[in-house]
Design a protein around this ligand. Sequence first.
Ligand SMILES: [Zn+2]
Length: 138
Amino acid sequence: MRRIREAYGRFMQGRYGCNGVDEFGRFLSVAAFIFVLLSLIFRKVFIFYWIGLALLVYCYYRICSRNFDKRYRENESYLNLRYNRAVFIQQFRRRREELRTHRIFTCPQCRQKVRVPRGKGRIAIRCPKCGSEFVKKS
Ligand SMILES: [Zn+2]
């Protein structure tokens, strides 16, 4: 058992995986697991199996890789992508919340978007950009 551990340690020396699994690696292994699981459920859909296998191979390829720089950058772009997605979802939620309490009108003169609170009846709206007024039901 010690021999195996030693051999493994020697093999892992200078490889990307020796510092533990990074976030992208964790994502890949979870995705691989999901696809393998799907392939077990949908036995006739072979694509799940192949995708799962490809992800698993890629995951191990990264662990065994000696190109730290490239793997590091891969992880960086993955983290960026995840961050952008979180920001996008947050903005989407905020906009949806805003539409519940406010209405957005477009100025007929300059196409500027104007936000007014809902439920105030017919109101005159002054465009903050060009100063023209228009009447809308809020
Ligand atoms: Zn305007």
